[in-house]
Design a protein. Structure first.
Length: 437
């Protein structure tokens, strides 16, 4: 990986792209430290110091925003509204025929879906920004902090609208910065910004574990966490690269005096076909009952049960529900993102077939069978990786935002591998151009 970056910096046009990407990253990180108007910055910092990493329900969103959410800055919502909008559009593509037709139109249809994603991102940013401002005004953003109710001194309607507009505009700027990286930089812009947001929280979380440690001044716990992180990275890289290659043979066809086809290729089915989406879905779904219970009044039985069983990461019911939801969403997302019948029809249309399998319906059934078989280990792997923070809670007494949690490791390794692949492909393309000249 380091060799690829060194070679890229020696190539003039790639060096410009890398420097442009680094410049956008600097702008993004600056925006995460600019507070919005109407917020008492001293009260926010006081409550953050009191929380000491136990960020409760908002830990996942705070991680995706690079720590900007709890500081209530311009980029407080970060890239999360865009991620949510993209997932919603992807799910609706299966349900709404119009979106499915747009997806099949190629570049023009993709551009239209991207436009819909932008509109939905702004709408979600307004909704989430309103929720964040209401939570900050009520003092529920930092439960247990005496200064939580004074975070928003001016609670007038004009001040609230101004705060929501600032956070929505910040989300739009983040979306624009990501698209700039995609067009003029290296890699997928949104993925790069997500990578930076998660990586930015690592040093503080690691140092907090060292300060809380008791063995050799905390260095034993610190070294153990680093070792566990390296093992997890190696495991994630191994599984993310693993795939089942289904061979495909194309029949030879004669058109005029030329023969076409007769080639052999394969369909790569990844073991973790769903990526990190099931973990995000499961985390978000488990936050909903806890969030409802937090804002519900009184001391009813259902509220007490939720607070006792579904808000603590080390509770057996929470662990079981989290694991089962990840497995369910892994199968669900694979079912809607990969259509065996469509793949089989395309193969049949172009004269392709799997050796030993008849074209058409038998091919679709075979692909579905293989996909289900490899999704089982993939979903179990996702569930086990996601439970690492829970084991850290029990073993080290760490916060719920353990630095080497499943979601953060999956995203960082996935984005890193994809970015390195893009750099290597562009370097290879330039080598071919030099050879042809």
């Amino acid at each position: 990986m380091l060799t690829a970056f060194a070679r890229a910096f020696r190539t003039p046009d790639l060096r410009k792209k890398l420097l442009f990407t680094l410049g956008i990253i600097v702008v993004y990180r600056l925006g995460t430290h600019i507070p919005i108007p109407g917020v008492d910055y001293k009260s926010v910092q006081t409550c953050i110091d009191v929380a000491k990493g136990n960020q409760g329900l908002f830990g996942l969103v705070n991680m995706f925003s690079g720590g900007a959410l709890l500081q209530i800055t311009v980029f407080a919502l970060g890239i999360m509204p865009y991620i949510t909008a993209s997932i919603i559009l992807q799910l609706l593509t299966v349900v709404i025929p119009r979106l499915e037709a747009l997806k099949k139109e190629g570049q023009a249809g993709t551009t239209k879906i991207t436009q819909y994603t932008r509109y939905l991102t702004v709408a979600l940013a307004i909704l989430q920004g309103t929720g964040l401002v209401a939570t900050a005004r009520s003092g529920a953003l930092f439960s247990g902090c005496p200064a939580a109710t004074s975070i928003v001194p001016d609670q007038s309607i004009f001040s609230t609208i101004t705060m929501v507009i600032c956070m929505t505009a910040g989300t739009a700027v983040v979306m624009w910065l990501g698209e700039l990286i995609t067009d003029r930089g290296i890699g997928n812009g949104m993925s790069i910004l997500m990578f930076i947001s998660i990586a930015a929280t690592f040093p503080g979380a690691l140092w907090a574990i060292k300060k809380q440690g008791k063995l050799a001044g905390g260095w034993i716990e610190f070294g153990t966490v680093i070792l566990v992180g390296l093992v997890m990275v190696a495991l994630v890289v191994f599984v993310e690269q693993a795939q089942r290659r289904i061979p495909v043979q194309y029949a030879k066809r004669m058109i005029g005096r030329r023969s076409y086809g007769g080639t052999s290729t394969y369909i790569p089915l990844k073991v973790n076909q769903a990526g990190v989406i099931p973990v995000i879905f499961a985390s978000s779904l488990l936050y909903i009952p806890a969030l409802i219970a937090q804002f519900a009044g009184g001391n009813s039985g259902w509220k007490t049960w939720i607070q006792q069983n579904l808000t603590k990461g080390d509770h057996p019911i929470y662990i079981t529900a989290y694991f089962l939801l990840i497995v369910f969403f892994a199968f669900f997302y694979v079912a809607i993102s990969f259509n065996p019948e469509e793949v089989a029809d395309n193969m049949k249309k172009y004269g392709g077939f799997i050796p030993g399998i008849r074209a058409g319906r038998p091919t679709a059934e075979y692909l579905s069978y293989v996909l289900n078989r490899i999704t089982w280990p993939g979903s179990l792997y996702l569930g086990l990786i996601a439970l690492v923070p829970t084991m850290a809670l029990v073993g080290f007494g760490a916060s719920q935002n353990f630095p080497f949690g499943g979601t953060s490791i999956l995203i960082i390794v996935g984005v890193g591998l994809e970015t390195v692949k893009q750099i290597e492909s562009q370097l290879q393309q330039r080598n071919y151009e030099g050879f042809l000249r």
